[in-house]
Design a binder for this molecule. Structure first.
Ligand code: MN
Length: 581
């Protein structure tokens, strides 16, 4: 189905005056206005995004008491155990706090739960084990714990000191930990609620460094540590799909810029196997570095990724990075196979495709990757989707779901809880545990809930376009200037434009290993521009058969190849005819 292109309002006089006031190309001014920047002050602040814009750590609820307790534990030579989540955010947050405490002279170690066996958050078995080994230790959770009511109660009962640092949604009840550090605690006046778990851990590390310095400023080598820790916080922020605005924009921009120089042995090795060259952008993290870190927890143990990010042994780092790279390749092929099988299941059950929501299950699927596949299936069929990996032995399935177009998946799953052993999640994603014999009934109940509470409208399928431009306006200089608006990602998407009256300067070509990338040369009146389209091989023929000039929708990028830079357009959509869509 063709998608409508939705244009941001174009106010030519405002674009002109903002462009003059800021001394930036009109293209940059237009995108700023399209994104809701109101005036030149706001625009300047957005563009400058300086480290000085980071908020004072002590504004974060609980942080002063947490830092004092940590410094106290170090002074008493008590053991400190960081308990981190198994995803990239948890792994990077754990690693950066570990580095900080190590530098501060602490006896520090870490524990990461098993994604498939322990599941998310603190668990009673882990608390018991930590207590049995050393009841005097201080436990610090990273990127989890705010929902661990029972576990915090258990720690209190065992008289263990527990600091919870987290950023996840706060439930009806708060855990009875020694201290809670969270940007959105009741009564919080922290100016930015969208820090990720590694962002919160970074703030805590900063507060600890302040205490070990002169109370305000960290000592020089602690300061150098903090600058390198921004890189780890940036990886967590991008991988957790946090909005890249406000404080996160500062963290990601500076973190990524500093990564090549300031990386520890593990990150260096990871950058190398990811084959990502500076300048690094958020997409290098989202598609290169992040998935490799995540592969550890999906297929084996996330602990391996923390081992990598905390080792100072270059040889071991290369080994571990190579291992994660291999796991990531395995993850990819598993994902491709499961996606194929999932699509086949739908093709074999036309009545499922008719339904408003999809529930697919198999004994042959790996529970570590079903969430990513659910996302792909939801996009492909444009409906909320739950993918279940069944265990033949136990007659139980673990499912992971992704929403589509604003449907509240958590509410949907909760409404079918009669069929489930357990469930959890939020608006956009959910996890379930289910008895295999309940799957058919759950499928019907879930599809009925989606049908009754959700309708995909054309507005859900619209393509956002920042402006219509002329291809001639996309000079190397202008496209480079657009990079001042980066990092691009959640909350701050890559600028997207359209152009009309476009013709092919050459025949479209299919390239790449699997011939699924389309290469085009687009032309209006000036010099032709190179364009590519990923995963749309069918466009080659369709474009050639199209009658007359095209309208194209694209995202311009700088292509760097063998030291040369050129403008390349990533084609998002196209249609015949010239008028506004
Ligand atoms: Mn997180």
């Amino acid at each position: 189905m063709p998608r409508a292109w939705r244009y941001a309002i174009h106010d030519a006089p405002r674009v002109r005056s903002l462009s003059q006031e800021l001394g930036v190309p009109g293209l940059v001014a237009q995108v700023l206005l399209a994104r809701g920047v109101e005036n030149s002050d706001e625009a300047r602040q957005f563009l400058s995004a300086s480290l000085l814009d980071l908020h004072d750590p002590s504004l974060l609820p609980g942080i002063d008491e947490a830092a004092d307790r940590i410094v106290g534990a170090i002074g008493d030579d008590r053991r400190i155990t960081i308990y981190g989540d198994y995803d990239v955010d948890g792994v990077t947050g754990t690693s950066l706090l570990w580095h900080c405490l190590r530098l501060a002279g602490a006896r520090v170690d870490y524990m990461i739960p098993d994604r498939l066996n322990d599941g998310y958050g603190l668990n009673p078995r882990a608390i018991q084990q930590l207590a049995e080994e050393d009841r005097t230790r201080l436990i610090i959770s990273v990127d989890c714990g705010i929902a661990s009511i029972q576990e915090a109660a258990l720690a209190a009962e065992l008289e263990m000191e527990l600091i919870v640092t987290d950023h996840h949604t706060i439930g009806d009840q708060l855990p009875a930990a020694s201290v809670l550090v969270h940007p959105r605690l009741p009564g919080s006046e922290y100016p930015f609620g969208d820090l990720c778990g590694a962002g919160v851990a970074f703030k805590l590390a900063w507060a600890v460094c302040q205490r070990l310095g002169d109370g305000r400023k960290a000592s020089p080598h602690m300061k150098e540590f903090l600058l390198s820790a921004v890189g780890l916080a940036a990886i967590g922020t991008v991988s957790d799909v946090m909005p890249l605005l406000g404080e996160n924009r500062v963290i990601v921009r500076f973190g990524l810029a500093g990564l090549p120089e300031r990386s520890n042995a593990g990150l260096k090795a990871l950058l190398k196997v990811s084959d990502r060259q500076p300048p690094l952008d958020a997409e290098d993290v989202a598609f290169g570095i992040g998935p490799r870190i995540n592969a550890a927890g999906r297929l084996q143990q996330a602990r391996l990724a923390v081992d990598l990010l905390t080792t100072d042994d270059a040889e071991r780092a290369v080994q571990l990075a190579g291992h994660l790279d291999k796991l990531n390749k395995d993850r990819k092929s598993l994902q491709i196979r499961i996606l194929k099988q999932a699509k086949k299941q739908v093709a074999e059950h036309p009545e499922w495709e008719e339904a408003a929501g999809l529930v697919l299950a198999s004994h042959d699927w790996h529970a570590g990757v079903i969430g990513i596949v659910a996302n792909q299936v939801a996009e492909e069929f444009e409906k909320p989707t739950i993918i279940i990996a069944q265990s033949a032995m136990e007659g139980i399935g673990k499912g992971s779901g992704r929403s589509f177009a604003g449907y509240n998946l958590y509410a949907g799953v909760a409404s079918c809880s009669d069929h489930l052993i357990s469930f959890g999640g939020h608006h956009a994603a959910a996890g379930i545990t289910i008895r295999s014999d309940e799957i058919p009934a759950f499928r019907d109940a879930f599809a009925a809930h989606v049908a009754g509470h959700h309708e995909v409208t054309d507005a859900d399928r619209e393509l956002r376009v920042d402006a219509e431009v002329r291809l001639e306006d996309l000079s190397l200089k202008a496209v480079k200037a657009l990079d001042t608006l980066s990092p691009f990602g959640e909350g701050n998407p890559r600028p997207r434009f359209s152009a009309t009256g476009v013709e092919m300067a050459e025949e479209p070509q299919l390239i790449g290993k699997d011939q699924r990338t389309l290469r085009l040369s687009l032309k209006t009146t000036g010099r032709p521009l190179k364009a590519i389209a990923f995963g749309r091989p069918e466009w080659a023929e369709e474009i050639q058969q199209a009658d007359g000039p095209l309208s194209v929708c694209f995202e311009p990028k700088i292509n760097r190849w063998q030291g040369r830079e050129s403008v390349e357009l990533q084609l998002i959509d196209w249609k015949t005819g010239g008028g506004l869509g």
